[in-house]
Design a protein around this ligand. Structure first.
Ligand code: FE2
Length: 375
């Protein structure tokens, strides 16, 4: 019997932290120039803005790239012995900042820090000839942070400190649209602490829960709770490992990331077959489920608009809930450590996260863990 539960969305009238969505995701990486090239070439981002010594930023180089409403920032340190270099030494490439768009960054900081959020950056104004951006921030799990970004008085390419980055090389979009959700992996017995953090400090609500009866294969087990802000624009599922016969995929992540951090970022598309075909042709590697997954798929999920054959060929998964269905697929880790990966998701009414696919998916992950000798 499933213990999955779904709660109503919170009341936006009393939302003390109104969020307009994800502003950007910043990755600390060993080589930002090459990472930017990878995300442009493989994922279809375009050059947007650059910051570095040439723009007066002495300790780092950052490349902002964009595709529709998705903005990534790839940042690398220029020397050893600073927090960015230390972050990469410890964690490898990974997500540092999940930046959230707000109307008032000072108020966002006041409301969250007075509720117990640990300050990462006091409200700070940044100006250039294009106007003003106000940033503030708080810490979340591991060394990950949330920045609050107020850019209503800014007309430049990205933000002060950056200059517009124009390149002749701008590969076509792959149809990726926006961040659907970002998942955090936390340590043993830490999930409820972070659920409380999102509830109390940011005013989120727990809209879905999965326990180890839902998410357990022969070997791998985890528990997960999905946190959503008031308007549902920002969703942060939190995973915790659970006891299984062998090492859980979340444990493997925690070991190789050397701590808690962002496990995957889910990117939305309006045409998953087209997007995944293009991503695959450009070299993005995806997890594969056995072809038997498709044998009784339509019995499980009912009618879908898509032809089965391309889904099967690409390895796209389908799940249905009370409100509709969704299509999803997961990349393999995008660095050599088995840490961060991406999900590509197309929602057709469904607001859930593909619970019906967990077993097939985790078995696919375990096959890869086995190859790494980590099962
Ligand atoms: Fe996901």
């Amino acid at each position: 019997m499933s213990k999955t539960s779904m709660a109503a969305a919170p009341n936006t009238q009393t939302d003390f932290l109104p969020l307009e969505g994800t502003d950007y995701v910043e990755f600390y990486v060993g080589n930002a120039k090459q990472a930017a090239h990878f995300y442009k070439t493989a994922f279809g981002f375009q050059s947007l803005a650059y910051a570095g010594p040439e723009t007066g930023v002495k300790d780092r180089a950052s490349y902002a790239i964009r595709q529709n409403k998705l903005t990534f920032v790839l940042t690398t340190p220029l020397r050893a012995g600073n927090p960015i270099a230390d972050h990469i030494y410890k964690h490898g490439d990974g997500v540092k900042v999940l930046a959230l768009r707000v109307q008032d960054a000072a108020k966002a900081w006041e409301e969250t820090t007075k509720r117990g959020g640990k300050s990462y950056m006091e409200p700070t104004r940044f100006n250039d000839e294009h106007g003003e951006v106000v940033l503030s921030g708080i810490h979340t799990y591991g060394e990950t942070v949330h920045l609050f970004v107020e850019r209503k008085n800014y007309t430049g390419a990205f933000m002060p400190g950056f200059k517009e980055w124009k390149t002749v090389y701008n590969p076509a979009s792959t149809g990726l649209q926006y961040v659907d959700h970002c998942v955090g992996n936390v340590g043993w017995n830490q999930m409820n602490k972070w659920v409380s953090f999102y509830e109390e400090v940011l005013g989120f609500r727990n809209i879905l829960s999965f326990d180890d009866n839902d998410i357990s294969t022969e070997y791998s087990a985890l528990m997960s709770k999905v946190m959503s802000n008031g308007n549902g624009f920002v969703k942060f599922p939190i995973n915790e490992p659970a006891e299984g016969k062998k090492k859980s995929q979340v444990e493997e992540y925690l070991e190789y990331y050397d701590g808690e951090g962002c496990q995957h970022v889910a990117l939305a598309t309006n045409d998953i077959v087209e997007t995944v075909t293009t991503l695959r042709d450009r070299g993005v590697e995806f997890l594969k489920v056995p072809s038997t997954y498709y044998d009784d798929l339509l019995d499980r999920v009912g009618h879908i608009d898509e032809d089965l054959e391309p889904l099967k060929e690409l390895g796209i998964l389908v799940d249905r809930d009370d409100e509709g269905y969704l299509l999803q697929i997961f990349t393999r880790p995008v660095e050599d450590r088995p840490t961060l990966f991406f999900e590509i998701i197309q929602r057709k009414g469904a607001k859930s996260f593909g619970k019906g696919n967990f077993k097939a998916l985790f078995e696919a992950i375990e096959r890869e863990q086995e190859l790494r000798g980590n099962l």
